[in-house]
Design a protein around this ligand. Structure first.
Ligand code: HEC
Ligand code: HEC
Length: 426
């Protein structure tokens, strides 16, 4: 059966009346979700963002969180998964929210824990400057082991956070600290590539995290328990299943735009519903990525004069056409099969609605790896810079060779391969 979301909504095939849907919208409560409060996460929660609203949808209905390991602190530092994957930040964590929380709690919230909520645990924790990467850029410290199969020498060239040269936390202990934002814990079927079912197959292999180091959600959850929540124990099988069930069925999308109006209406993109119901998570030829070409074009409005709303919507439709069709020369990208080529944004961002890529998720598009230290510093003055010198026999990075300056080696930290330096999962 073709479960097109628009048809479903139009015929109310879910048995949920529009009135009931509306009643659950807006039940968002306090925008900061403390772990352990036991409040329910409704089927719909809507939160303002800088251009309108986002809506979170639990496809399977409201969730009681009282005993739920995603929402309860199961570690030793009063954090839970929800601490860094907040509904009001689209299941990630926005810098606005982080700064507000710093003001509201005078920097005492567990999100600022020394271990990774500061630039380095050895810095004076009461000083906001010690949390500058989190406060200014939303970045947590991710300490990773230098891979044992690494065919390179790694040197610290710049260390603005002091952590990579620290004798307790740094390279001396075979640890590399990179700084990364929380990834969105929603819409995960577009990351894991399971075919449309609400429940993800926990054994499906994917590339999770910026460097793709976790290949299943179970592995990722175990890592988060240990690294972010500082707990010695593992999740029980029941707790793990709760987390996987939750992560399987939660979707998020922009639901209203200040100019564009309602983005969930039946004749429009439908927001998070569409992400939840969509079965087409693999790209095929001529697959529309974000919009079905027609619904926001000038023709669709019947040329009935123009308002700020129709202007905005037509602009979105034109942008979508550019994203899908405007061809440009793609070069100096590592990890894209086939070498330099002509393509569009959609040549890399292939997955319908989400813009991820299930076949080649990690590429180096030049956001973290550079040929010279000056370039790296100019782009990222507050991040550490590493110099990677690869073994002369290693297959070189296709355009940076074997001597690379980088603020985050990305996938090379997982694979130990020169050619993967700077490759980040999109
Ligand atoms: C201290 C903040 C913090 C806490 C607490 C936390 N996370 Fe995360 N989470 C992150 C960061 C940062 C990343 C990105 C890591 C990277 O890219 O290396 C991430 C990434 C993820 C991802 C990968 C998503 C993707 O698309 O690749 C999942 C899934 C996830 N977290 C689930 C969890 C779960 C489950 C828990 C609780 C057991 C948890 N997180 C606790 C900060 C946190
Ligand atoms: C060669 C492949 C490729 C092409 C072409 C490409 N992208 Fe990307 N894009 C990526 C990768 C890989 C990432 C993640 C890399 C990173 O963060 O360093 C990314 C990240 C992004 C992000 C950030 C997403 C986020 O969650 O932070 C946006 C937005 C984006 N691309 C938009 C575009 C647009 C618009 C175009 C067309 C003008 C485009 N991309 C063309 C590969 C590509």
């Amino acid at each position: 059966m073709n479960l097109h979301p628009r048809k479903l909504l139009a015929t109310a095939a879910l048995g949920i009346t529009a009135v009931a849907l509306m009643a659950q919208y807006g039940d968002s409560g306090d925008p900061w979700w403390e772990p352990g409060t036991g409040r329910n996460l409704p089927m719909f929660s809507t939160f303002p963002d800088s251009t309108g609203d986002i809506t979170i949808v639990n496809m399977e209905g409201p969730i009681a969180t009282a005993d739920h390991p995603f929402f309860q602190n199961v570690g030793t530092n009063y954090r839970a998964c929800i601490t860094c994957h907040q509904p009001s930040s689209a299941m990630g964590l926005s810098t606005d929210r982080i700064r507000q929380q710093y003001v509201d709690t005078r920097g005492k919230d567990p999100v600022f824990a020394a271990i990774d909520g500061s630039n380095c645990p050895s810095l004076p924790q009461a000083d906001p400057a010690s949390h500058s990467l989190l406060l200014q850029r939303g970045l947590f410290r991710i300490p990773l082991p230098v891979p044992s199969n690494a065919d390179y020498k790694l040197a610290v060239v710049e260390d603005p956070t002091t952590c990579n040269t620290s004798t307790t936390y740094g390279l001396a202990t075979n640890t590399v600290s990179v700084y990364r934002r929380p990834r969105v814990v929603a819409n995960l079927k577009y990351v894991l590539g399971t075919d449309g079912a609400f429940h993800l197959n926990p054994t499906v292999k994917a590339q999770l995290a910026a460097d793709g180091r976790d290949s299943t959600l179970a592995q990722q959850a175990a890592e988060a328990m240990h690294a972010h929540e500082q707990t010695g124990r593992s999740l029980t099988p029941t707790e793990l299943q709760h987390n996987l069930d939750f992560e399987s069925q939660i979707f998020v999308a922009q639901s209203a735009d200040a100019k564009g109006g309602d983005l969930t209406e039946v004749s429009g993109p439908l927001g998070a519903w569409a992400l939840g119901f969509n079965k087409n998570i693999k790209t095929g030829p001529n697959q529309p990525l974000f919009l079905e070409a027609s619904y926001w074009t000038k023709a669709a409005h019947g040329n009935t004069g123009h308002t700020p709303q129709t202007d905005f919507r037509e602009s979105v439709a034109r942008g979508n056409a550019i994203f899908m069709n405007r061809s440009f020369h793609i070069r100096d990208v590592a990890g894209m099969p086939g070498g330099p080529t002509s393509g569009t944004c959609a040549s890399c961002h292939t997955t319908p609605l989400a813009g991820s890529n299930l076949d080649h998720p990690a590429m180096d598009v030049g956001t973290t790896a550079y040929a010279t230290v000056a370039e790296a510093k100019a782009a990222n003055p507050t991040l550490p810079i590493f110099k990677l010198t690869w073994n002369p026999n290693a297959a070189p990075h296709p355009y940076l060779g074997r001597e690379i300056y980088t603020t985050d080696p990305g996938r090379a930290l997982t694979t130990g391969r020169c050619a993967d330096t700077g490759s980040i999962v999109m």
